[in-house]
Ligand binder design. Structure first.
Ligand SMILES: NC(=O)c1ccc[n+]([C@@H]2O[C@H](COP(=O)([O-])OP(=O)(O)OC[C@H]3O[C@@H](n4cnc5c(N)ncnc54)[C@H](OP(=O)(O)O)[C@@H]3O)[C@@H](O)[C@H]2O)c1
Length: 289
C-alpha cells in the first residue's frame, strides 16, 4: 500500500512520520506544507499520481481558532478548498481519503458527549471552514474516513501540554480555566488507531464514515494543567479561573467531550484513558527536550 501524508510537519503529520517505521510493508510519502499546498489541486493530483498512492492521509490544516477570525480567507482556503481539492483528486484517481476535523464543530452546549450524528453548529469561522471541508469530502470523495479529534497534543509543534511545561518552568503560578470541559487526544494514540484501521480495512470495499476520537475520560483545562505539572514534577501552582475573566477572538466551547463508541465498535479499538496517555506523552516530551 502506498500512503501519502500531507501537512507532515504538523503535530499529527509528525506522529505519522514517527510511527511509519512500525509498518515496513507500506510505502509512506510525506509532504510538508513547503512540498505541497493542498489547495493547489493540479499539484495535489500530480503528487498522487507520482506516488501511485492508494491512500491520502490529510494532516494539513489551518488550526488556529483566533487566527481564523483574523484571517478567515486563509482558513477557508486550507480547510475548505484544500479538502475539496483532495476530495476531487481522490475521486479522479480512486484513492481512499483519511481526513481530520475537530471537536470545535460543536457549539459546546450539549449535556452529554457528542455523537457523530449530533448537529454540528459552531459559530466560529475556523469550525465553519472545517465543516465546509467535511461536507465537500462527504459529497465528492468515493471512499473516506473523517475523524474529528478532541484536544490534540503531541511532542511536536505547539499545544497546551508543551505550553504548560514551558510556563511551569518559568512561573510559580498560573491561571487556567476550570469551566471548559473536554477530552484530550494524544496524537500518537490517534495515529496508532488510524494505522490499525488501514491495516484492517478491506481494499475492495468503499468507506464513508465520520468518527470521533479522543482519549477516554474527561477533564477541564485546569485538571489537565494540574496533571501535567504533577507528571513533570513541576512546583508551579495552578489556580482555577472562569473563562469570562479573559477575552479571546474566536468562540470556545464550554463542553467538548466526544463520544468514541462508533470508532471503537466498527474497528475493535481500545482507546487509552487520557491520564495514562498524558503520562507517556510528558515522559516523551521531557526526553526530547
Ligand atoms: N490542534 C488541535 O488542537 C486540534 C484539535 C482537534 C482537531 N485537530 C485537527 O487535527 C488535524 C491536525 O492538526 P495538527 O494539530 O496536527 O495541526 P498543525 O500542527 O497546525 O499542523 C498542520 C500542518 O498543516 C500545514 N499546512 C497549513 N496549510 C497548509 C496547506 N495549504 N497545504 C499543506 N499544508 C498546510 C501546516 O504548515 P505550516 O505550519 O507551515 O502552516 C502544518 O504543518 C487538523 O485537521 C486539525 O483541524 C486539531
Amino acid at each position: 500500500m502506498n500512503i501519502m501524508v500531507t501537512g507532515s510537519e504538523g503535530q499529527l503529520g509528525s506522529e505519522f512520520r514517527a510511527m511509519a517505521c512500525a509498518y515496513p510493508q507500506w510505502n509512506f510519502f510525506f509532504f510538508s506544507h513547503n512540498d505541497l499546498d493542498i489547495s493547489e489541486e493540479v499539484r495535489v493530483d500530480e503528487a498522487i499520481q507520482k506516488c501511485r498512492c492508494d491512500v491520502v492521509v490529510n494532516c494539513a490544516a489551518f488550526t488556529s481558532v483566533d487566527g481564523a477570525e483574523a484571517d478567515p480567507a486563509k482558513s477557508f482556503r486550507v480547510n475548505r478548498d484544500g479538502a475539496g481539492a483532495l476530495a476531487r483528486c481522490a475521486k479522479e484517481r480512486g484513492v481512499f481519503l483519511v481526513h481530520f476535523s475537530t471537536y470545535n464543530v460543536f457549539d459546546g452546549l450539549s449535556p452529554m458527549p457528542y455523537r457523530e450524528t449530533d448537529k454540528a453548529s459552531s459559530h466560529g469561522l475556523n469550525a465553519q471552514a472545517k465543516l465546509a471541508g467535511e461536507d465537500l469530502i462527504r459529497t465528492i470523495a468515493p471512499s473516506f474516513l473523517i475523524i474529528r479529534a478532541g484536544w490534540l497534543y503531541s511532542p511536536f509543534g505547539e499545544n497546551f501540554v508543551k505550553t504548560m511545561l514551558r510556563l511551569g518552568r518559568e512561573r510559580d503560578s498560573l491561571d487556567v480555566v476550570s469551566d471548559r470541559i473536554g477530552s484530550p487526544a494524544y496524537a500518537a494514540d490517534m495515529v496508532d488507531a488510524v494505522l490499525t484501521i488501514l491495516a484492517k480495512a478491506d481494499p475492495g470495499k468503499t468507506y464513508a464514515a465520520t468518527y470521533h476520537y479522543a482519549n477516554e475520560g474527561v477533564c477541564s483545562w485546569y485538571d489537565f494543567a494540574i496533571a501535567i505539572m504533577k507528571l513533570a514534577n513541576l512546583p508551579c501552582h495552578i489556580l482555577p479561573i472562569e473563562s469570562s475573566s479573559f477575552t479571546v477572538k474566536g468562540p470556545r466551547a464550554f463542553y467538548s467531550v466526544l463520544n468514541n463508541n462508533s470508532i471503537k465498535r466498527d474497528w475493535g479499538l481500545d482507546i487509552p484513558y487520557w491520564h495514562d496517555s498524558l503520562s507517556k506523552a510528558v515522559e516523551r516530551i521531557l526526553m526530547l527536550s
